[in-house]
Ligand binder design. Sequence first.
Ligand code: CO
Ligand code: ZN
Length: 339
Amino acid sequence: MKDLLKKLAETFGPAGNEAQIRDVIREKVKGFVDEVETDAMGNLIAIRKGHGPRVMVAAHMDEIGVIVTHIDEKGFLRFSNIGGVSPFVLLGQKVIFANGTVGSCGMENLSEMKDLKLNKMFIDIGATDRDSASKKVSIGDIGGLYGEAHFIGDKVIAKSLDNRSGCAVLIKTLENLAERDIHNQIYAVFTVQEEVGLRGAKIAAYRVNPDIGFAVDVTRTGDTPESPAMAVKLGGGPTIKVKDSVVLTHPLVRQFMIDIAEKKDIPYQLEVLERGGTDTGPIHLTREGVPSGAISIPARYIHTPSEMADLNDIENAVKFLVAILESELGDRGTGYLTH
Ligand code: CO
Ligand code: ZN
C-alpha cells in the first residue's frame, strides 16, 4: 500500500491534465478487471463484468493546480487557480508542469500579509526573460504541486492524498475482488476534473447508468488545534458520508453501509461535511436518480502540499469497499432500497 500511495501521490495530474496519472492507474488495474475504457473527457473506466446490478464506484484522479495567465518580460509567470488553491498555502512552494519544468512560488512586496492573493504572486522558473520562459511554459499550461510522499509510523504526508488515497483504495479493492466470484457488475471510474466542479463523474455516470453509486474521496477532520467542530478524526476509520454540499446520502444507502461496517467489524465514522463535495453529487443526480453514498478517508491539511492521512483508515476503506461490492445489491428500485 505504501509504494502504491507514494507512486500515485507523486504523479502529475492537475484537473484537465490527467494523462500521466491515468497511464499509471491503467497499468495498475488492467490485470484485475475484464475491460478498461477511456471516455471523451478522459475518465478511466475499469469494468468487472457480471450479471447483477451495475455498481459505479468513482475516485477522482485529478488534483488541484495553477494555470499560467501571463509571462512578463523578465520571465516571471503570473497564474490563476485550478480548483481550491490558497495563496498562503502556495507561497514558497514548488510547482511542476507536465514537461517537468519546476518553479518556485513567490510574491510581490506586500505591506500586509493578509493582502496576499494569487494575483500578487508569480512563479519563478529560473528564466531570464520572456523568450526563454516561453520555451518551457506557455500561456494556459497547468502546473501541479510538487513534492515527495513521506511515511511516519501509520501516517502518510503527501500532496494530493486528495484523492490519490481514494484511487489507491479503489485499485486495492479491484485487486481483492479479482480473486473472488461476485454477482455485481463493477464499474470503477477514475474520474477527471473533480476539483473544478465534479465534471468527469457527471458524464461517466451517464455512460455507466448505474443502479447504485459510490464515491471514494477524502474528508476533513475536527481533530487539530482549534479546528472547526467536526466529528471525524484521523485513525477513527473511514467515514460514511451523511451530507456534504452536493449530496444528502439516501437514508437506506447510509443504513446499508452502516449495517455492512457493523457486520464486518470495520471501524467507521459518520461524516457531515459542511463545505465541499465529491463525485457522489453528480452520480446521484444522473438520469432519473441513482441511490448513492460515499466512503471518505479522513485527511488533515487538504489542498496543501502536506496532506496527512492514516494508513489504517485507508486499509479499512479497502475492506469496507470490498464488503460493499461483494454484498447483494438490488436493482434500482427493486432491491435493498425498497425494503
Ligand atoms: Co479536493
Ligand atoms: Zn477530492
